[in-house]
Design a protein around this ligand. Structure first.
Ligand SMILES: C[S@@+](CC[C@H](N)C(=O)[O-])C[C@H]1O[C@@H](n2cnc3c(N)ncnc32)[C@H](O)[C@@H]1O
Length: 239
């Protein structure tokens, strides 16, 4: 049995969107989520860095584009929903989440999976293969370096990072994402292993001007005061 088996959240769906949604799968891989979305009656668009995977999916008739999560090749507010499963460890997460927020319509939802520090601690302490143990360690170190500097280690050392709930909360605040579903993530040594979260982009509420009689009177008083001052200045100038 895989060391990760007890940590998966099995009742979380990546295809649960309002009927007929146009959904972008960021890091679509072999198209597993896209097929599920289509089977549920949604329009699915995929984007991935992997040229070969994109070619295969395109020859299967799927609507896919080669591109990166950090620079999505789509216009603003094009999608009702976004799916991003097992992709964040390989991205510059701050840029990727900003791009997801950009292409999502206000009120749209994103279904995410994230790897927490517990995932890599499990690798480090329990994986039977020593290379995978080192992978766990370097992913943790890389995650700390990214948290402090916003950069990743060079080359293969910097291939993977984890997410923390604090960093995710910061991203969500920055992009007006409200968490609407977050099944409790099983932890290892107190750290989340796999986190599944659904967030909604809050619509921008236009500021309505305060038209109360009190505010109206204050504004009129200010205007008449300015006019008095102006008149005084004109009188002084004309002498
Ligand atoms: C582990 S696979 C997950 C695939 C799919 N989401 C799934 O759950 O079956 C990770 C995928 O993310 C893609 N990927 C990695 N970094 C990416 C990036 N910066 N932008 C877009 N795709 C990326 C990889 O090419 C790969 O297909």
């Amino acid at each position: 049995m895989s060391i990760l088996a007890p940590y998966h959240v099995h009742d979380y769906s990546f295809a649960d969107f309002p009927p007929g949604s146009r959904v972008l799968d960021v890091g679509c891989g072999e198209g597993e989520q896209m097929l599920e979305l289509i089977a549920n009656g949604h329009e699915a668009v995929g984007v991935d860095l992997d040229t070969d995977a994109i070619r295969r999916l395109r020859s299967d008739g799927l609507n896919v584009v080669e591109g990166s999560a950090e620079s999505l090749p789509f216009q603003d507010a094009m999608f009702d929903g976004v799916v991003c499963k097992v992709v964040f460890p390989y991205t510059y997460s701050a840029k990727a989440i900003a791009e997801i927020a950009r292409v999502l319509k206000p009120g749209g939802t994103v279904r995410f999976s994230f790897h927490g520090a517990g995932y890599y601690l499990l690798y480090m302490f329990h994986h039977p293969n020593w290379k995978s143990r080192i992978y766990g360690l370097r992913s943790l170190v890389n995650g700390w370096v990214y948290a402090i500097t916003g950069r990743r280690l060079p080359g293969f050392l910097g291939d993977t990072i984890y997410q923390s709930t604090t960093r995710l909360s910061r991203y969500y605040r920055r992009h007006r994402f409200e968490v609407i579903e977050s099944p409790e993530a099983p932890t290892y040594l107190g750290f989340p292993v796999l986190m599944y979260q659904t967030v909604r982009k809050q619509p921008v509420v236009p500021k309505t001007p305060d038209l109360s009689p009190r505010r109206f009177k204050e504004s009129m008083d200010r205007t008449s005061h300015r006019l008095d001052m102006l008149q005084q200045e004109l009188t002084t100038l004309s002498r």
